[in-house]
Design a protein around this ligand. Structure first.
Ligand code: DGL
Length: 277
């Protein structure tokens, strides 16, 4: 039976993470789901993000996945813990769901010499306080400054990430972040869409500041996880297949997805309402 690794995002952004995972772990089968019909998740309540994410995790399990990665910061911040602690033991005790926050917070402090770290994320991720709380567990002396950038996802999704409009919002949010923490020497792109704004962000970032994207960090952490959990690794099928689903129109997904994934994508439609009926 096929047992692909599931990769979930509210939309296209998780493709930036999947791209890096495949680069490091090419032999596995992957199934990607973007919940584009209900994205963005960034401004939604805890309960809504949890319900949407759990519904999609259940769909991955029905597809045969034993391991699902929430490649979405908002879902990782607002839904992951409840799914791991409350739902999994009941619905699928042998299966695993992992997020993107833990692998990042485990190592981020090592990149900072000043002990001041900046986090750029959606409203939802910032409001959850997940990054400051998790970083404090591994680097208790570090200071963490957050900045919500609610305009950045719409800029990327509307193909405006390389325009003067993007300059305005990138400058505005970076200015606000550094006004909070002038000693910040590491900035994390804590949203899967933001790597597409990387060029613009670098243009407006002080030269000495390091800019981190999560894709490679999450991919390295998954390599390590599979080594440490041979019982899960053994279940994952290895035929190098890649399948893409979106809950919205496939044409739109395919047009956008290429920019995030770096390769042509041909998605299939998933009708979540039909599943419920
Ligand atoms: N994928 C989301 C994240 O990483 C950003 C897009 C959204 O708000 O749905 O936080």
């Amino acid at each position: 039976m096929q047992n692909p690794i599931g990769v979930f995002d509210s939309g296209y952004g998780g493709l930036t993470v999947l791209k890096e995972i495949i680069r490091k772990l090419p032999k596995y089968d992957y199934i990607y789901l973007g919940d584009n019909a209900r994205s963005p998740y960034g401004n939604r309540s805890f309960e809504t993000v949890y319900n949407y994410t759990l519904e999609c995790v259940n769909w991955f399990f029905e597809q045969g996945c034993s391991l699902v990665i929430l490649a979405c910061n908002t879902a990782s911040a607002k839904a992951l813990r409840t799914i791991q602690e409350k739902d999994l033991p009941v619905i699928a005790p042998g299966k695993r769901v992992l997020g993107v926050i833990r692998p990042t917070t485990e190592i981020i402090g090592k990149f900072s010499e000043t002990g001041s770290v900046g986090i750029l994320a959606t409203n939802g991720t910032v409001a959850s306080n997940s990054y400051p709380v998790e970083i404090a567990k591994f680097f208790p002396d570090h200071k963490v400054y957050q900045e919500a950038c609610p305009m950045w996802v719409p800029l990327v999704e509307n193909n405006e990430h390389d325009t003067h409009g993007a300059d305005f919002f990138v400058k505005k949010n970076l200015h606000s972040l550094f006004a909070k923490g002038s000693k910040i020497d590491v900035v994390l792109l804590a949203c899967t869409h933001y790597p597409l704004l990387r060029k613009k962000i670098e243009e407006h970032l002080p030269v000495a500041v390091k800019l981190l994207s999560q894709g490679e960090i999450v991919a390295n952490s998954l390599v390590d996880y599979l080594k440490r959990h041979s019982e899960i690794e053994a279940l994952c099928s290895k035929n190098r297949s890649r399948v893409f689903y979106t809950t919205d129109a496939t044409e739109d997904f395919d047009n956008h997805a290429t920019g995030f994934f770096g390769e042509v994508v041909q998605s299939q439609h998933l009708d979540l309402d039909a599943r419920k009926a």
